[in-house]
Structure formats: structure tokens, C-alpha cells
Ligand binder design. Structure first.
Ligand code: GDP
Length: 393
């Protein structure tokens, strides 16, 4: 018979083994349950995305990585462009007018310097002005004035002629017109609201490019800008505008493709008010300018936007290379919306700088900006004196 001491040892040993077995069993059950909670490692039928592998799930439970340092965060934000200052842009870009300069400015000076200013010469002078798209009435006026003044002048030194031509061309370009671009926020109103600029014109004249360049002009002048991509008929136009905006930190409001342009324009202004923007710039659609459809639509865009308050500027963009065609477009647009300013694009590489005079005459509206190239900062506030100086060379 084993003694009691031995019996006790057996009992303790059995209890320890039983305890160990029980512990192992519980452990197995718990770990089995945990495993069931993990997502399957193979994709489920019908799911759109691949399930993450188990390792990824376990990683998700790890503590979040340390916050990026300030320097790292700054490196991730794309650097914004710093647009060129707008003052003196036309002077800097004056060589871009070289074709107008050569055919118009230099041509006129050469003719006026001839020894004998006979009828043929005056006709040639007229021809130069007409070819440069100055327009019939302004051409006749200018020739008349030049004839009278040259007679009075007596001897004609090159400097005299240059000064005379400068003065007369400047009078035609009209330095008295108000060319201020109204883009300042209406702080006097309660609640304050941004200035609203509509950019209108037919496709291809450079409307979207001009909207983008204008955003840069305004940013360079210290304004905060919001862009509205109301040309909903071309997805590329909205993308293009957004890219321009992103380069200078301007947000773009856009709508669904082929959506209602007026509603995009309305939303853009609404967002501009919410953001406290200085200026909302709305790029509009420009197809089929001869069809009443587009014109009705443009009228509607303006009416709908004006539910937020009056529009500050309606800028008509015209391609300077299209001559008479541009003037016809200008007339059609002016019948639908009150144009407050003209943007003449592509004045680089055309000999038709005189269109500035013709279009202002036709609409009675000032040219406020001119496009002198495809570069981001090739849009200049129009300055009559600098323009005439550049023309004469
Ligand atoms: P939209 O259809 O009226 O919006 O015209 P875009 O803005 O798409 O411009 C049409 C083309 O004209 C683009 O290739 C522009 O780069 C070009 N363009 C716009 N403004 C100027 C300018 O002042 N000079 C030159 N040379 N090209 C320009």
C-alpha cells in the first residue's frame, strides 16, 4: 500500500497535468476564434476589389507611423507659380508686336518721310492702315488729320514725323477710355461678395487660355481667385482651366460634362462667396456663336449668376488674326450681353494691330487686355501709349 505522502504527490502531479491540459485547450479555442475574425486571404466572388492580404490587416493594427515633419509636409505640396507682375508687361512684350510694327508703324513712317507726298503716297498710307485692320472710318480720319498737319509742319524731320504719327495714332486708340478691370471684392456690401467676371467668345479665340492667364494676372496683383468652368461641352476645357488654376492656387468649380453651364456658373459664384474669394472668373462655352442657342444660353448664364448680384465684367475675347470675322462676332455678342471690355488675343505674330482701333470703335468698349503669346504670363493690361510706342518701334 503506498503511504499518504506518496498519494499526495500523485494527486498534485495529476492536478498540475490537468491544469496544463486545460490551459492548452482554452488557448486553442481562443486562437481559433481570432482567426475566424480575420478576412479571408482569397478574394470573395463578386467583390469589386481584391481583399487585402492577412499581413496587411495585421499591419493596420500597428500604431500609426510618426507624423511627417514640417519639411516633409512642405515637400509634398506642389510649389505654386509666382506670376510676373502686371505693371509694364506690355513694355516687356513690345517686341511681340513686331509684325504690326514692321507693316504698320515702320511702313507709315517710311511713307510719310518721302520727299513728295503726292496723292499716290496718301493712297498708299491709306492702304497700310486698311491692311492693318484699322477700319475704314478711322483710316479716313487719320489720313485727313495727317494731311493737314504735315502741311502745317513744313520741313519734316524723322523725329517730327514720329511725334506727329504717335500723337494721331494715340488719339485714335483713345487714351481717355476707362480700362480699369473691375475685379475687387465688394466689401461695401453686406454680406461682402466677390467681383464676378464672365469670359465670353467663340471657340478657339483663346478664351480658356485667357481665363487662366487672367487668373495669374489677378493673383500677381494680390487677389484670391476662384475659377468657374462653365464651358461644360468640352471636358478638355474644364481640365485645362483647372490646370491653370492649380498652378497659382486658384480653386476650380466644375460640373458634369454637358451639364447646365448656368448652374455651374451659379455654383462657382456661390462657392466664391463661401470661400471669401476676391474674384470669381467664369469661363463660358463658345460653340455655335451664330446659332441662337448659344446666345440664349449666354444670356441665361448672366441672368442666373446675377441672382447673387450684378456681374462686374463681361470680357469678350477676340482673336486679332481673324479681322472682319472678329468684328462680326463682337456685334453678335454685344447684342446679348453688355460687354464691358475686350481681350484681343494673338496680337503676336499678326500684322493687324490696327484691329484695336476698329473693335473699340465698333463696340464703343475699351480693349482692356491683349494676348501676346502662348506663355503663361503673355497677357498684358492694355496701355494705349505703350501700345502705340511699340507699333511705331
Ligand atoms: P478657346 O476655345 O476660346 O477656349 O481657346 P483656347 O484657350 O483653347 O486657345 C486656343 C489656342 O489659342 C491655344 O492653342 C492657345 O495657346 C492659343 N492662344 C491663346 N491666346 C494666345 C495668344 O495671345 N497668342 C498666341 N500666339 N496664341 C494664343
Amino acid at each position: 500500500m503506498p503511504d499518504t505522502g506518496e498519494a499526495m504527490e500523485y494527486i498534485i502531479l495529476i492536478a498540475v497535468i490537468a491544469g496544463l491540459l486545460l490551459g492548452a485547450a482554452v488557448g486553442l479555442v481562443v486562437s481559433g476564434k481570432r482567426r475566424k475574425q480575420l478576412p479571408p486571404t482569397t478574394p470573395q466572388k463578386g467583390s469589386l476589389t481584391e481583399a487585402p492580404p492577412a499581413a496587411a490587416v495585421e499591419e493596420a493594427a500597428l500604431p500609426a507611423p510618426a507624423e511627417p515633419t514640417e519639411a516633409e509636409a512642405a515637400a509634398e505640396v506642389p510649389a505654386l507659380d509666382v506670376p510676373e507682375p502686371t505693371a509694364g508687361r506690355l513694355v516687356r512684350l513690345r517686341s511681340r508686336l513686331s509684325r504690326s510694327q514692321n507693316s504698320m508703324g515702320k511702313g507709315l513712317l517710311a511713307l510719310l518721310s518721302r520727299d513728295h507726298l503726292d496723292e499716290d503716297t496718301w493712297e498708299e498710307i491709306e492702304e497700310v492702315l486698311l491692311v492693318a485692320d484699322v477700319g475704314v472710318a478711322p483710316t479716313q480720319e487719320l489720313v485727313e488729320r495727317l494731311r493737314t498737319r504735315v502741311k502745317v509742319l513744313g520741313t519734316r524731320t524723322p523725329d517730327d514725323l514720329r511725334a506727329l504719327l504717335r500723337e494721331e495714332l494715340l488719339a485714335l486708340v483713345d487714351p481717355t477710355m476707362d480700362r480699369v478691370l473691375h475685379t475687387a471684392r465688394h466689401t461695401e456690401e453686406e454680406p461682402p461678395r466677390p467681383a464676378v467676371v464672365l469670359v465670353v467668345g467663340v471657340n478657339g479665340v483663346g478664351k480658356t487660355t485667357t481665363s487662366g492667364k487672367l487668373a495669374r494676372v489677378l493673383v500677381a496683383d494680390g487677389r484670391t481667385v476662384l475659377l468657374g468652368a462653365a464651358d461644360t461641352f468640352r471636358a478638355a476645357a474644364a481640365d485645362q482651366l483647372q490646370t491653370w488654376g492649380e498652378r497659382v492656387g486658384a480653386r476650380t468649380v466644375r460640373g458634369p460634362e454637358a451639364g447646365d453651364p448656368a448652374s455651374v456658373a451659379f455654383e462657382a459664384v456661390k462657392q466664391g462667396i463661401a470661400d471669401g474669394a476676391d474674384t470669381v472668373l467664369v469661363d463660358t462655352a463658345g460653340r455655335l456663336h451664330t446659332k441662337t442657342g448659344l446666345m440664349d444660353e449666354l444670356g441665361k448664364v448672366k441672368r442666373v449668376v446675377e441672382k447673387h448680384g450684378p456681374v462686374d465684367e463681361v470680357l469678350l475675347v477676340l482673336d486679332a488674326t481673324t479681322g472682319q470675322n472678329g468684328l462680326v462676332q463682337a456685334k453678335v455678342f454685344a447684342e446679348v450681353v453688355d460687354i464691358t471690355g475686350i481681350v484681343l488675343t494673338k496680337l503676336d505674330g499678326t500684322a493687324k494691330g490696327g484691329i484695336v482701333i476698329a473693335v473699340q470703335r465698333q463696340l464703343g468698349v475699351p480693349v482692356k487686355l491683349i494676348g501676346l503669346g502662348e506663355g503663361a504670363d503673355d497677357l498684358a493690361p492694355f496701355d494705349p501709349a505703350a501700345f502705340v510706342d511699340a507699333l511705331i518701334g
